[in-house]
Design a protein around this ligand. Structure first.
Ligand SMILES: C[S@@+](CC[C@H](N)C(=O)[O-])C[C@H]1O[C@@H](n2cnc3c(N)ncnc32)[C@H](O)[C@@H]1O
Length: 459
């Protein structure tokens, strides 16, 4: 018989698309029991009979979603958005004498993101009053949107916002900051679920950042397709800095910058190249407490990976990276998850970022080597493995793999030496331990695998 918890979870996923399956079961039970006053069967019945805008549903939505956001979140993304998307689009529209831009900010929480966009447009368009700008922010959480509409913010919402922007576009109001009317009237807010019909046709730009990580795997395709369809030809979709397109990746032009990946709908049907561009990188500093919290979060993500819960691991890593963008291990683990899904440009982009933060991270070099090997680029793989071994002489997987590369090129003597070295490395480790963060294998299994390779040389 299906339990009340499973019944409510299934209903939530079906009606909202929110991924409840990726939450650890105990957390979920606790959250829902709080909302339900321990009567899950009663909650389930009430939810079945009411729309998502009802108080019962909103209580569930508020308990399950995280509305973390702030003004100009990811400064480098906003710089890229202006230089790579808005300025060319504005130029194009001026040339076509069509002064219109449609922007949808999906999952906008308390409004900081669409208001940041409105401010960017105000700063970019001196003749803004001649333009028709449709800028709409949507979210499933009605309480968050009420706050967005009120336009009142505390200092914390400006933690990465340049001081002059706050000075220019906000006024102080009893200890809070009120957004000025000229910015406020540029944005419309609407309660909407990502599974609903998009709120605006012919979008030039969709921002859906740090939202898809909450969407259940089974609905991902539906959401991504709905966004693809509502984009005008040549329109842009920007996800969160650690998120990647999950379905139909081939239909997008993927622009890989140093600090972000932007997806573009082709102006007309054509092959979809991956472009790689470079922008200056701004390193971030972290306080000790934050580093400790990051270490714990990384450990949780690792556990999720090893429990075969990649979506949960991704959610945890995205959260971690939004606070600690320079966490090279987290980037590497995220790259590993993307690589397992064949999201290779994103996997490479995260490895680039990981190695920019810590060029001596052996696991990042090792993972890169595996990507090169899969692509048949043996020479590049060998270089990456050498880099991994330069960073960590006794990296077991890199030692083993470089042996396999030698064997592939017929250099059996070096292969034998590398595998023997891998065997010695394994002997020094506990047999039941995991061989690496980036593998499911125990040391014992790894040792058996190495032995089999050595035996094959004898035969
Ligand atoms: C972490 S916030 C992101 C806010 C903002 N985009 C940013 O990156 O700063 C995620 C938001 O997505 C919203 N959300 C999650 N699932 C949603 C869904 N299925 N439909 C609409 N909004 C959703 C949540 O309510 C929450 O406000």
């Amino acid at each position: 018989m299906i339990s009340p918890l499973d019944e409510v979870s299934a209903l939530i996923e079906q009606r909202t698309g929110l991924s409840v399956a990726t939450r650890f079961r105990n957390d979920l039970q606790h959250i829902l029991n709080e909302v339900a006053g321990n009567d899950l069967a009663g909650l389930c019945m009430a939810l079945r009979q009411s729309p998502v805008s009802s108080p019962q549903w909103q209580a569930v939505v508020q308990a399950l979603t995280i509305g973390e956001t702030y003004f100009f979140r990811d400064a480098s993304m906003f710089r890229l958005l202006r230089s790579q998307v808005l300025l060319p689009l504005i130029k194009q529209r001026r040339e076509a004498h069509s002064l219109e831009i449609n922007i949808w900010c999906a999952g906008c929480a308390t409004g900081e993101e669409p208001y940041s966009l409105a401010i960017t447009l105000l700063e970019t368009l001196p003749d803004l009053n001649r333009w028709t700008i449709r800028l709409i922010g949507t979210d499933i959480n009605a309480a968050a949107l009420e706050q967005a509409q009120a336009g009142l913010y505390r200092d914390w919402a400006f933690r990465h916002c340049p001081a002059h922007i706050r000075q220019r576009y906000f006024e102080i109001n009893q200890g809070e900051w009120r957004i000025r009317p000229e910015v406020c009237r540029m944005v419309t807010f609407q309660q909407a679920n990502l599974l609903d019909q998009p709120p605006l046709p012919n979008c030039d730009l969709i921002l859906c950042r740090n939202v898809l990580i909450y969407v259940a795997r089974g609905y991902m395709g539906q959401v991504e397709t709905s966004m693809y369809n509502v984009l005008a030809p040549g329109g842009w979709l920007i996800l969160g800095p650690s998120e990647a397109m999950r379905t139909h990746r081939e239909r997008w032009i993927t622009h890989v910058f140093n600090d972000a990946i932007f997806y573009q709908k082709s102006p007309r049907p054509q092959p979809t190249p991956v472009t790689r561009r470079h922008t200056p990188h701004a390193p971030a500093r972290a306080a000790d407490d934050a580093l400790r919290a990051a270490a714990e979060q990384y450990h949780k993500a690792l556990t999720a990976v090893h429990n075969d819960q990649p979506d949960e691991a991704e959610r945890l890593l995205v959260e971690l990276l939004s606070n600690q963008p320079d966490h090279a291990q987290a980037r590497t683990l995220l790259a590993f998850i993307f690589a397992s899904r064949q999201a290779l440009p994103e996997a490479h982009a995260h490895l680039d970022a990981a190695l920019r933060s810590n060029s001596l991270l052996s696991d990042a070099h090792y993972l890169r080597a595996t990507l090169y090997l899969e692509a048949g680029e043996d020479k590049m793989a060998e270089q990456a493995l050498r880099a991994a071994l330069y960073c960590q002489r006794d990296h077991p997987l890199a030692t083993f793999l470089i042996g396999s590369v030698y064997a592939r090129t017929g250099d059996l003597l070096r292969a034998q030496r590398a595998w023997a070295a891998a065997q010695s490395i394994a002997e020094a480790l506990k047999p039941e331990a995991r061989i690496s963060d980036l593998s499911d294998m125990t040391v014992a299994t790894f040792a058996t695998l190495v032995q089999a390779q050595l035996d094959s040389l004898q035969g």
